[in-house]
Design a protein around this ligand. Structure first.
Ligand code: GMT
Length: 388
């Protein structure tokens, strides 16, 4: 199959997932074309069957806002026609689903049918997508997609709640690649970070408000009062400055390392004892799943799709958003003894296996086939309608 993939090429979960999906599809023999404004962060190795098409937005003095959507639509038309794409898979509804719809309509005028699958990732629905500035376009373009998937049951339900969409939404969970995310020996890292054998807590995110990184610091503060511990913060984003200020105010700087954006997150997860994800919204929590694959238990909020990933009392604990005290108590419960930590580690790994790439990938392939068949059937039906 020849598949076009559109995503945000940044370190955000949707871009990571889209890139990993494309690479895995290519490995299975599909031809995959990434169409983005920058090379996706994880598209950093040569792979046969993988092609990259950069979207360039021409500048012009009149443009206060360069028209990226138009540039992307034009690129999609060009790539779809030249590479004879069988299907376009866009990740994150905003603006990708609307742009895909425009490209599809232009291609129809050239006599080409391009089925479009839209994957909803989270904030495109729960945070930014449903504000009045964007909602009518997001709703319309979801309904116009030939196939729509959501990364959790909770996100599917939120989509129906927040938008009056008619489309049947298929849940296909996010996945983890165990070839990459698995327990490994990085004792030299561990010694450098926690020379006295302190417990290591980790948080990864894009440091946006929705991640509540300040709660991460407050949880760590409470844990740190009861046991020697270190905190690794991986990622970067708008809240970074405020978080640094908070660390200083709480005199935690010696025990917290800001590591910035890291390519080899898995190597750091290998030395972690606990992962913290106290987000305000989280449709799935890919970062938590990657931690669990490396046998790291998770303390998270109980929002969105997190309860579908993190199992309370087994793979970690969940608490309502903002309940820092409860989260810290749970953290201490897990970290309190080697025996309890090992038990949580085992369950975390077992649960992560349910989201193994090799279980999820065939679901996408089957769905693509289904959507293509449906589109073809619609074309046949409208042709015979015209002829009859
Ligand atoms: O907010 C982010 O972390 C980025 C965002 C994205 O789309 O890049 O992540 C969303 O998609 C991820 C991949 O499907 C999910 O694992 C995250 O839970 C989701 N984030 C939120 O819902 C806040």
């Amino acid at each position: 199959m020849r598949i076009g993939i559109v995503c945000y090429p940044t370190f955000g979960g949707s871009g990571v997932l889209a890139t990993e999906l494309g690479l895995a599809l290519a490995e299975k023999g599909h031809q995959v074309h990434f169409i983005t404004y920058r090379q996706p962060a994880r598209l950093n190795i040569f792979q046969e069957n993988v092609f990259y098409h950069e979207v360039c937005v021409a500048d012009y003095p009149l443009f206060e806002y360069p028209p990226y959507d138009t540039a992307l639509a034009s690129k999609l038309v060009d790539v779809a026609r030249f590479e004879k794409l069988d299907l376009l898979h866009v990740h994150y509804a905003l603006p990708h689903a609307a742009v895909a719809y425009m490209a599809k309509k232009i291609l129809e005028s050239h006599g080409m049918v391009l089925p479009v699958v839209t994957t909803l990732h989270g904030t495109d629905i729960t945070v930014v997508g449903h504000i009045p500035t964007f909602a009518p376009v997001v709703k319309f373009s979801i309904d116009q997609s030939d196939g729509v998937t959501a990364v959790s049951q909770s996100l599917k339900e939120d989509t129906y709640k927040l938008f009056d969409v008619k489309k049947d939404i298929r849940v296909i969970y996010n996945f983890v690649d165990f070839d990459r995310f698995r327990k490994c020996n990085k004792d030299h890292f561990k010694k450098a970070i926690a020379p006295q054998g302190e417990r290591i807590l980790v948080h990864t995110s894009n440091f946006r408000k929705v991640k509540r990184v300040d709660d991460v610091i407050r949880i760590f503060h409470k844990v740190r009062e009861k046991m020697p511990a270190k905190l690794l913060l991986i990622g970067d984003g708008p809240e970074r400055h405020n978080i640094e200020e908070l660390c200083r105010r709480l005199s935690l700087c010696d025990d917290i390392r800001f590591l910035g954006k890291q390519d080899a997150v898995e190597e750091l997860l290998c030395i972690a004892d606990l992962f913290l994800l106290p987000s305000e919204h989280e449709s799935f929590g890919l970062a938590a799943l990657e931690a669990m694959a490396c046998e790291v238990p998770v303390i998270s909020s109980n929002t969105g799709g997190l309860p579908e990933v993190n199992v309370h009392g087994k793979t970690g604990f969940l608490a309502p958003v903002g309940e820092v005290d409860a989260m810290a108590d749970y953290a201490l419960q897990i970290l309190g003894s080697d025996e309890s930590l090992e038990r949580f580690r085992r369950y975390a790994l077992e649960q992560a296996h349910k989201f193994d790439l090799y279980r999820i990938l065939p679901q996408y392939e089957a769905y693509y086939e289904e959507v293509i068949a449906g589109s073809m059937a619609n074309v046949e039906a409208s042709r015979s309608g015209v002829n009859s």
